[in-house]
Design a protein around this ligand. Structure first.
Ligand code: ABU
Length: 500
């Protein structure tokens, strides 16, 4: 009972060992009970409450911050409630985002990282983690196909920032003057990415002062793949308009359709025009680990930079994103400021291991350790099996959807990644003329079903519209816990909630 024990009784308090051990064991019990429930299909994916309900406070769970210390018994209760009212993102029936699942070794890595509580800017305070990060970057380089080159890259806080790094470094490569003089010293530069690509390129362009209007959207085919001829034409048009193309981002696994752009053709166009080629493989990078599926990324080795998020397809606990560069030294040259309170050149060790000046951050979280630990525990082969099994789930869902007449695929082709996009057609819309009104009605179906799913907490899947297409469901698989029976459950559940 911790009713009369307070944070001030824990270490480093004198004689605080016993309370600290008891408290942490209790936290472990809470976490373990949560983990067991997470994988139990009888438990709900979530216990949904509206924001105002959480703000008003639920039975014994008051989120307001207090002036006076609260006893650890209350703090333990708060830990339980935080998990209780959260979303079980490792539940086998959670399909809402590209990141899902909970790897036990990865979790141990995250716990250890938190206990080590250090910062990635210098070797002197993170010697083991810095070496591990370097080895991971090297391994990922090899998998991209740049094995013969010296590895360069960095772990960053998510795919959006990894993509931003790629734009930043490409701009520096072509216009190093920008570091000192800013955008006013540059011509109007433009970059290209497909209309199905991630919105992070607009974000990066806004943040870097390039401007959203200078992100040129390249057309995609029905399947969501960039059309190379449109890229070539748009580059030529931009040049004719006096603008300066410098960068193209191709995508390996688009967020909604899971499409892979034709990298070889895009690389040829980049080479012809002398442009930087980036591949946003945040979602699709994991497929490099699969002998069966890695051909979908053929040509990625011709890119200058690659974003790859192990926290997606590889199931590493959030967050874990890497941006890789083919040319060594650019990251350092672009971002280095040599703050002399951190990066003293006269330290007793090889200061090239002080990687902190490669980044636009100062403090940087240790994201590499959990991936390193998982890689050791599974081996490359373990990741391959995990990824292949998620791909098999997508294939199973695709076949199921084709065989059921209350569902329709958004595009007829077999999935390239684990994304499967589909509509549920309720009985009231079957056999009706497919006019504007039909589309308006269909648009409301997915949102209504999703809302009910969340209220009941049985399953979670995402939906969205895309261009002229009304709202459709996007299923993705990255959780090794999900089985074919969970897919059957999902389809039956959509039908149960959606039939009118
Ligand atoms: N690009 C971040 C992941 C988005 C998603 O989970 O759908």
């Amino acid at each position: 009972d911790f009713s009369n024990v307070f944070a001030s009784d824990l270490l480093p308090a004198r004689n605080g060992e016993q309370y600290t051990e008891g408290f942490l064991l209790e936290v472990f019990n809470i976490l373990f009970s949560y983990i067991r429930k997470t994988f139990d299909r009888k438990s709900k994916v979530l216990d949904f409450h509206h924001p105002h309900q959480l703000l008003e406070g639920l039975e014994g769970f008051n989120l307001e911050l207090s002036d006076q210390p609260e006893p650890l018994e209350q703090i333990l209760g708060d830990c339980r409630d935080t998990l209780k009212y959260g979303v079980k993102t490792a539940h086998p029936r959670y399909f809402n985002q590209l990141s899902s699942g909970l790897d036990m070794v990865g979790l141990a890595g995250e716990w250890l990282t938190a206990a080590a509580n250090t910062n990635m800017f210098t070797y002197e305070i993170a010697p083991v983690f810095i070496i591990m990060e370097g080895l991971l970057i090297k391994k990922m380089h090899e998998l991209v196909g740049w094995g013969e080159l010296e590895a360069d890259g960095i772990f960053s806080p998510g795919g959006t920032l990894s993509n931003l790094y790629s734009v930043l470094i490409a701009r520096y490569k072509f216009f190093p003057i920008v570091k000192l003089k800013g955008m006013a010293s540059l011509p109007r530069i433009v970059l290209f990415t497909s209309e199905h690509s991630h919105y992070s390129f607009q974000k990066a362009s806004a943040a870097l002062g390039i401007g959203i209007e200078n992100v040129i959207a390249v057309k995609c085919d029905e399947r969501g793949k960039m059309i190379p001829s449109d890229l070539d034409e748009k580059i030529i048009t931009q040049k004719e308009n006096g603008h300066v193309p410098f960068y193209v981002s191709a995508t390996a696994g688009t967020t909604v359709y899971g499409a892979f752009d034709p990298f070889v053709k895009i690389a040829d166009i980049c080479q012809k025009h002398g442009l930087w080629m980036h591949v946003d493989a945040a979602w699709g990078g994991g497929l490099l680990l699969s002998k069966k599926h890695r051909t979908k990324l053929s040509g990625i080795d011709r890119a200058n930079s690659v974003t790859w998020n192990p926290h997606k397809m590889m199931g590493v606990p959030l967050q874990c994103s890497a941006v890789l560069f083919r040319e060594k030294g650019l990251l350092q040259a672009c971002n280095e400021l040599s703050a002399n309170y951190l990066f003293q050149p006269d330290k007793q060790y090889d200061v090239s291991y002080d990687t902190g000046d490669k980044t636009i951050q100062c403090g940087r979280h240790v994201d590499a350790f959990k991936l390193w630990l998982m890689w050791k525990a599974k081996g490359t082969r373990g990741f391959e099996l995990q990824i292949d099994s998620c791909m098999e789930n997508a294939e199973y869902l695709y076949k199921k959807l084709k065989s059921r007449n209350d569902f329709e695929l958004v595009f007829p082709d077999e999935p390239e990644h684990t994304n499967v996009c589909f509509w549920y057609i309720p009985p009231s819309l079957k056999g009706m003329p497919r006019d504007k009104e039909w589309n308006t009605k269909l648009h409301k179906v997915a949102a209504k079903i999703k809302a009910q799913m969340m209220e009941e907490g049985t399953v979670m899947v995402s939906y969205q519209p895309l261009k002229d297409k009304p709202n459709f469901f996007r299923m993705v698989f990255s959780n090794p816990a999900s089985k074919k029976s969970d897919i059957d459950f999902l389809l039956d559940e959509i039908e149960r909630l959606g039939s009118d």
